[in-house]
Design a protein around this ligand. Structure first.
Ligand code: ADP
Ligand code: MG
Length: 680
């Protein structure tokens, strides 16, 4: 009899040294041991070689067909080769440094060989061989990641002992849930994870733990969301629906149905007494700005002020231009505050803001300076929210009393991640582009074809259009042989000399220099803008119709899509040329995906598939827990089920009182959710 909380030294055969090794694998108690899952199982099932892919491990039953031959490769090193027949396959089995097999592998002997299948050469590189047909041998043996500190075989013995002796392994899933989904109980499931009877057992065990992990994960998120909603009373912004309708009538275009739906979602939140905490996702060019404007105006009709924070001055200015055009005629007062607002103008502006003489303030980080005080801030929007830190967003929010908050992002987040990473927010999606947009034509070309690319660019310029040239780096680097912005700038300046002006833009320029260059590009003084990825976010120059991206394989899909979104913003047909020669399959797949679709959500799903969830946002940012079993991409159906169950549970009475839910409740406490800890 042992207990999960006891030290592993309570098991037979674990002395001080082994205990230390285990400790460095983060295994101290018997419970820790049991919850160390194998990363895979060695599969000893017999397989047909015809169906075994190259390089896969395989076990076959075979008859020795020839005398073995041995080649000596050096001191104590030798290679033994023998022909064996498995069914209709005559293949070679190779063993290294097991010369003693020579006497036993005689023609006619029946053996069971496990090893790696080299399909091309029809060779099995054997790791183990037993004599006679496969009999009592187990089908699966667990393989743990032990960093070579402990032998697999010994570790398995400890595991066996732990599973056989631990008496207090707790069942976390209540009976009703297990029977609803026909999930194994905890004992059977642990057995199936470590020592499955057969493939079906292993699969059922996995199914249970996937669900359990995802349920716990979703319970944390949903409980947090619930407690936050209850704790945070917000403003009831009673906007004037008639004014809002009239305003929408004055817009130069009809809203898309996705925009209408999202406007409704936002307005509903504004009116509710809870604080809005909503994420608005919309692909580049889907028209988020006008949605933001309508929301801000709604707040203004209810007597509140609104704020819109953008990550760069250029963007802030663009927003001001759009909003002023819409709002000036109806007497809504819009102002901009940025780093370059002059001292005196700033003083006046801040005074007006505090007096409530400004209705909507748009700006950069300048909005969150301490002396910026609002009269009655009711609604806060951050554009391109991922460009701001949590703290910056919080400071802006705290400039009002429980203002409603909307985050906007043009980085499409695959559905699976949206319900995980942003599970505690409500999500609105604009999944439709305004009518009449022409699809951007995207081509993938090699560097040798640069001449053709430049002629096409020149043709566009000659038609009065403008072009972007994007490079991964600023300056030459001896490490990376990549086209760099300075080189490209020099080259293109010479190439277009006397015909078109070329500008250079990169992150090391001073913000005011950047703004000047952007302005010059925006009003057509610069025809070709060579730039690093600093133009990635939000810039709107509808006359630019041509983009070339050098060394495109260096960018992720999401980023390429963001960059491409700088063209295709006006009435003219636009083009994007990816110059890339990716060596990896994944890189080639990325380029192909770009040429095949303009749909940011599709690309995001693809990106997730190619890179995995951890890399999608960058490991730190993702806020995703590490799962032992679950895989957010492949288990998305289970995730969806778990999310719905979690939502139902946290809103049910029984979850919070019944004993059978105690283990699950305890997990929430451990995660700090019940103390009201927040993610944002
Ligand atoms: P993003 O979502 O990338 O911020 P914007 O708000 O900048 O997109 O809008 C992109 C372009 O689409 C702008 O030029 C805008 O005027 C235009 N636009 C937005 N909504 C519509 C619509 N419903 N019909 C036509 N054009 C629209
Ligand atoms: Mg935008």
């Amino acid at each position: 009899m042992t207990s999960c909380t006891e030290s592993v030294t309570a098991l037979k055969g674990i002395g001080k040294e082994t205990a230390e090794h285990l400790q460095s694998l983060h295994i101290e108690t018997i419970g820790d041991l049991i919850w160390t899952f194998p990363y895979r199982h060695e599969d000893f099932r017999l397989k047909d070689l015809t169906e075994t892919p190259h390089n896969e491990r395989v076990t076959i039953e075979a008859t020795v067909e020839s005398m073995p031959s041995v080649i000596f490769l050096g001191k104590n090193k030798q290679r033994l080769t023998v022909a064996v027949r498995a069914g209709r396959h005559l293949v070679k089995a190779v063993f290294f440094n097991q010369g003693y097999l020579r006497q036993r592998l005689l023609p006619g002997t029946i053996v069971t060989v496990t090893g790696k299948w080299d399909r091309g050469r029809q060779v099995i590189v054997g790791s183990s061989v037993t004599f006679g047909p496969k009999t009592e041998q187990v089908d699966f043996e667990p393989m743990y990641s032990l960093r070579g500190l402990i032998q697999q075989k010994r570790f398995r013995k400890y595991m066996r002992q732990a599973l056989d002796t631990a008496v207090d392994v707790e069942e976390t899933l209540p009976e009703n849930i297990r029977s609803d989904y026909q999930l194994l109980d905890i004992q059977e499931a642990l057995e199936g994870v470590h020592f499955p009877k057969d493939a079906a057992h292993a699969k059922q065990a996995r199914r249970r733990f996937v669900y359990e992990e995802l349920l716990e994960f979703q319970l944390r998120i949903q409980a947090l969301r619930k407690s936050r909603k209850e704790a945070e009373r917000g403003l009831e912004i009673a906007y004037d629906i008639d004014s809002l309708r009239a305003f929408i009538q004055t817009l130069p275009y009809e809203l898309t149905s996705a925009q209408k739906r999202v406007v409704n979602e936002i307005c509903k939140d504004l009116k509710l007494p809870q604080r809005m905490n909503r994420l608005l996702q919309g692909d580049v060019g889907s028209g988020k700005t006008v949605v933001a404007a309508i929301g801000l105006y709604a707040a203004v009709t209810a007597g509140y002020q609104g704020a819109l924070m953008a990550p760069t001055e250029i963007l802030a200015e663009q927003h001001v231009q759009s909003l002023q055009a819409w709002f000036e005629p109806i007497g809504v007062r819009v102002a901009i505050l940025s780093g370059s607002t002059k001292t005196k103008a700033r003083r006046i502006l801040l005074a007006q803001l505090a007096e409530g003489e400004i209705d909507i303030l748009i700006g950069t980080h300048a909005l969150i300076q301490p002396d910026v005080t609002f009269h009655k801030l009711g609604f806060v929007i951050t554009d391109e929210q991922h460009r701001f830190g949590v703290e910056q967003r919080r400071i802006l929010r705290d400039k009002g009393e429980h203002p409603d908050v909307l985050f906007m992002t043009a980085t499409p987040i695959p559905r699976t991640l949206a319900i995980t990473a942003f599970g505690e927010m409500d999500v609105s999606i604009i999944d439709e582009l305004p009518a009449g947009r022409k699809e951007i034509e995207t081509h993938w070309m090699k560097e040798e074809q640069l001449g053709a690319v430049l002629s096409k660019m020149q043709a566009e310029l000659a038609n009065g259009r403008q072009a972007y040239v994007i490079c991964p780096l600023i300056e030459e680097s001896d490490k990376l042989d990549v086209q760099n912005a300075v080189d490209a700038y020099n080259h293109l300046t010479a190439y277009f000399a006397g015909r078109f002006t070329v500008g250079l833009m990169h992150g090391r320029l001073h913000p005011t220099e950047k703004d000047e260059i952007m302005r010059a590009f925006s009003n057509g003084e610069i025809h070709v803008l060579v730039s690093t990825t600093v133009v990635e976010v939000g810039v709107n120059v509808p006359n630019a119709t041509f983009m070339t991206i050098y060394d495109a394989e260096r960018f992720g899909l999401a980023q390429l899509h963001q960059l491409r979104g700088r063209v295709g913003r006006g009435e003219h047909q636009s083009y994007c040329v990816l110059i890339a020669d990716p060596k990896s399959d994944e890189g080639q797949e990325r380029m192909r995906s770009m040429t095949e679709t303009n749909d940011g959500f599709k690309l995001a799903e693809k990106d997730l598939e190619l890179r995995g969830p951890g890399d999608f946002f960058g490991r730190k940012q993702s806020g995703l827990p590490e799962f032992k079993m679950a895989d957010l991409i492949h288990d998305y159906r289970a995730l969806d089920v778990a999310r719905r169950d979690a939502e139902r549970l946290v809103h049910s009475e029984e979850f919070w009182v019944k004993e059978e839910y105690e283990p699950l409740r305890n997990k929430l406490e451990v995660a700090g959710v019940l103390q009201g800890e927040r993610i944002d």
